[in-house]
Design a protein around this ligand. Structure first.
Ligand code: PHE
Length: 410
């Protein structure tokens, strides 16, 4: 970039060779959809908050964080792929946009909070289609207990209370052991306590899932627990819900790594944390067919929702799509990450791009050059677009490709 600084939330930041944040991403930062009354993302987060009674709520943290806070403080190894400029948005070498709400775990625990929820916008470079968007929203939740006999008794009693609530409901849970050789207890932890904490985590989340997906249906709700890995929890789990004929992955969670609590100066406690993405869940609960719709300011979208209520969205019409292909040779030795291509398109076309697919790739045997062909599908959520308008966007995309990646159009 030829710019020497970039302005984010009214603050100027120097740019450097790490900078990869685009203006289309910067324009989303002030919007904070999860705080807009009536917005489905806000309704969903409120429903989650009412399930976790007694938990404090926070939703005001800035997305601009240090890589230290997003990764190192959470025990990510130095070579973790999530750190790469291909996967995360960097403002410069020392500042980035958080990739998950876990970035604030240490900060929350340091405040002395034992039960908390945090909702925020998070940013990840990714492909483009109906269910991926580089900005999305997560809810993080955590609960910690005193690592004492009294604390243990408290968990036991809470587990009994939660289990008796679930026993009366129409839910089938496919569970796995709380602890296994591949999903171990941390060396500092008492396995008996971890069993209780993991049970508390599962009971709390099964209850939340039942509240969100259970409805009044006479068909039992199916939930399954899967072993997972996160650098900042052990044991770790993922949860899937069987909904409308498909298994839907809804969250990651686990027993908080002791180093996190240590960094937060919290001593002699043990507990759990979870993080869930709001968009995927809201898309199925409200029947929202495309993730871009959350960003729509069209009244035909916004007026269909009422704060606190899950209602079925009725698409107001699907405007015609229009696809354009672009084929090009990459200069030899050079690489174009798919996420770079997607950000370039996103930055030029904004929310008019619905889908980007690589439809061809080969290496010329003599020149060793790579040929790529991408198909870009354009469609507006709100109006018809003319072929001329799309042609003009497409030619800007082609120009940007030439200017920034030095490609040779075929
Ligand atoms: N931060 C994780 C993610 O974004 C989710 C998570 C949160 C997992 C808390 C464990 C504990 O995928």
């Amino acid at each position: 970039s030829s710019l020497r600084s970039t302005t984010i939330l009214d603050k100027q930041h120097p740019v450097d060779e790490w900078t990869n944040i685009t203006s289309s991403i910067i324009s989303k930062i002030p919007l904070r959809l999860h705080t807009k009354t009536g917005h489905p993302l806000n309704t969903l987060r409120t429903l989650i908050e009412t399930h976790f009674s007694g938990f404090s709520h926070v939703s005001s943290f800035s997305p601009v964080v240090t890589p230290f806070k997003n990764f190192d403080e959470l025990s990510f190894p130095p070579d973790h792929p999530g750190r790469s400029v291909a996967d995360s948005y960097y403002i410069n070498k020392d500042l980035m946009l958080r990739t998950h709400t876990s970035a604030h775990e240490v900060e929350m625990f340091r405040k002395g909070e034992d039960k908390w929820l945090l909702t925020a916008d998070v940013y990840r470079r990714d492909e483009i289609d109906a269910s991926h968007y580089p900005v999305f929203h997560q809810v993080e939740g955590a609960r910690i207990f005193d690592a004492t006999p009294t604390g243990m008794q408290e968990v036991r009693e809470d587990n009994e209370r939660l289990a008796s609530q679930l026993a009366r409901s129409n839910i089938i849970i496919e569970d796995i052991p709380h602890i296994s050789p591949t999903n171990p207890v941390q060396s500092l932890h008492d396995p008996e306590f971890v069993q209780l904490v993991a049970a508390n985590l599962k009971l709390s989340l099964n209850g939340m899932i039942l509240k969100l997906f259970g409805g009044a249906s006479d068909v039992p709700l199916r939930v399954r627990w899967i072993e997972a890995y996160f650098p900042f929890t052990s044991p770790s789990f993922e949860v899937e819900v069987f909904y409308q004929g498909k298994w839907l992955e809804i969250l990651g969670c686990g027993v908080v790594v002791n180093a996190t609590l240590d960094t937060a100066a919290v001593q002699n406690k043990i507990g759990w944390a979870f993080g869930l993405g709001l968009e995927r869940i809201a898309m199925v609960l409200f029947s929202i067919p495309d993730i871009r719709l959350f960003w729509s300011t069209d009244q035909r979208f916004l007026s269909q929702f009422e704060q606190g209520k899950i209602t079925v969205f009725k698409p107001y019409s699907k405007y015609p799509a229009c696809y354009k292909d672009v084929s090009f040779w990459l200069p030899s030795e050079s690489k174009l990450h798919e996420n770079d291509f997607c950000d370039l398109v996103r930055d030029t076309a904004g929310d008019l791009v619905e889908d980007v697919k690589k439809i061809d790739e080969f290496v010329h045997p003599k020149t060793n050059k790579t040929s790529l062909c991408y198909r870009i599908n354009y469609r507006s959520m709100d109006r018809s677009v003319s072929n001329e308008e799309i042609n003009s966007i497409q030619s800007q995309v082609v120009q940007q490709l030439k200017d920034r990646f030095n490609v040779e159009i075929r």
